[in-house]
Design a protein around this ligand. Sequence first.
Ligand SMILES: Cc1cc2nc3c(=O)[nH]c(=O)nc-3n(C[C@H](O)[C@H](O)[C@H](O)COP(=O)(O)OP(=O)(O)OC[C@H]3O[C@@H](n4cnc5c(N)ncnc54)[C@H](O)[C@@H]3O)c2cc1C
Length: 538
Amino acid sequence: MSEKTYNTIIVGGGIAGLTSAAYLSRAGQKVLLLEKNSECGGLVNSFVRDGFHFDAGVRALEDAGIILPMLKDLGIEIEVVKSPVSLGIENEIINIDNIGSLLKYRDLLINFFPDSEGEIDKVIIHIRKIMKHMDVLYGLENPVFKDLKHDREFLFKKLFPWLPKFIFTVGKINSMNMPVEEYLKTLVKNTSLRDIISQHFFKNTPTFFALSYFSLYLDYFYPKGGVGKLSEALKTKITELGGEIKTETRIIEVMADKCLLKDQKNITYRYDNLIWAADLKTLYKITKTEGLLPKIKMRFEDTKSKILKYRGGDSVFSLFLEVDEPLESFRKIANGHFFYTPAKIGLGETHRGELNYLLANFETFEKDQILAWLDKFTRLNTYEISIPGLKDPDLVPPGKTGIIISFLAEYDLFDKIQKKGWLDEFIPEIENRVLRVISDSVYPMLKDKTIAHFSFTPLSIENRVGSSEGAITGWSFQKYMPVINKIQNSDRSVLTPIPSIYQAGQWAYSPAGVPMSILTGKLAADKALKQFRKIRSS
Ligand SMILES: Cc1cc2nc3c(=O)[nH]c(=O)nc-3n(C[C@H](O)[C@H](O)[C@H](O)COP(=O)(O)OP(=O)(O)OC[C@H]3O[C@@H](n4cnc5c(N)ncnc54)[C@H](O)[C@@H]3O)c2cc1C
């Protein structure tokens, strides 16, 4: 029996794939979205346990001039609230309310590092400069989501005046690409201070991206009902527009010359165009290129060897707590999105030199030595704490609070421990330590009031969304990236060596996150549509 042919098939029902599918359905294409899990959303997903609503992936959203314009353009309405951020070190916590809060941050740092006042002032000046660049970069609704042919007012009154500022800003961004750790070394001598400023960033985060976090703190918003409402709204839109979604369908082979896909049940699907909005290493591993033109095959093999060589970026460990204590007790301490460091000493070499040594000599380490390292790591780390109920009180049973505590975690450590056969023992060791550190410091009520807890590791992320090395924002930051990493070239980030295959999402462009995944989802949809129309008219 021959397969039904779709104009475009999208593999991966994360935020990127959902965006592509919504736009192509709106354009009247015959669209099929294939997702391996039973629900869509990928890393933009929420779930309920014992009446507590939790976010499985991203904790809140940054518009970045992308998310809200995309929703408006597609005619999707979701109710959102601000997601204010707090920052804390030991027993001092500040709320970030507006740009003026940068001074509160300065005072917080000076309070802990009085000898470094001059250096702190220099860092603050840099952050403020970058915030100004961010205002330019994100200050305009992204033109990709505007109807430039008909919206003349936007074109002439907003876009044209903005373009020279944008070009200037792009120059600035590109000149601040060095890893933030290196950059801070040029400004700050005190290693603890450097750690406190930067230890919650991904390894080698480009300076511009890292120091722009303060702008992002002011931009965060939260969909009522949980972050997953964004994915649900897109899914509903796709169906309304006539697009098809098939879940529990994992693609295991791409036969590029025949434009065919095969799933885990050996069912095949035929496409004119394919948008791959999932892990990119998987695409390159499972694509068969026999029958393609030699020139295309060569380019594919060349890209494949680059892609397979690179690693996914940092992953995360998340501890979920169900607590028998009202939201008010937590509201008095900090906002529902909280970056907290329980010890001002900072991680030092614990999460770089010592961890690298541990991983390189893993076989020689006893369990006790690894747990001793874990002790230090959990005491000195910075935690991202999210309390969904403080953003939307309907997300918890009355009088109770759900909390998500997470930190950046090294995939290889979990992988090696799993291979050694003691992961089930290791996970509670982490959970108990994190719970102890946080209840000994900022939330003492967790000690007696925690009813239940569970966690997700980097391996859970890899299993759930198929993300290489459990990465949560695509590629690790390295000098040479296997994908486009310059904003002015983002348009080309969705192309692959095979003309009928496009890529989208966190692996298509670096640095990525929700806004960039949405942007590449739209760019891939535009390219696929253009290609389809070109072929039809020829
Ligand atoms: C804890 C956490 C915090 C984060 N914080 C932020 C933040 O503050 N800001 C920010 O911008 N971003 C943040 N992110 C990152 C952001 O959530 C992701 O970068 C983004 O959601 C990626 O979307 P995506 O569609 O590209 O990929 P994914 O969400 O990974 O979607 C890919 C989809 O493809 C499916 N799939 C995979 N393989 C196959 C296959 N073979 N066949 C069929 N389907 C397949 C997967 O199941 C998944 O649904 C965070 C992520 C996490 C986990």
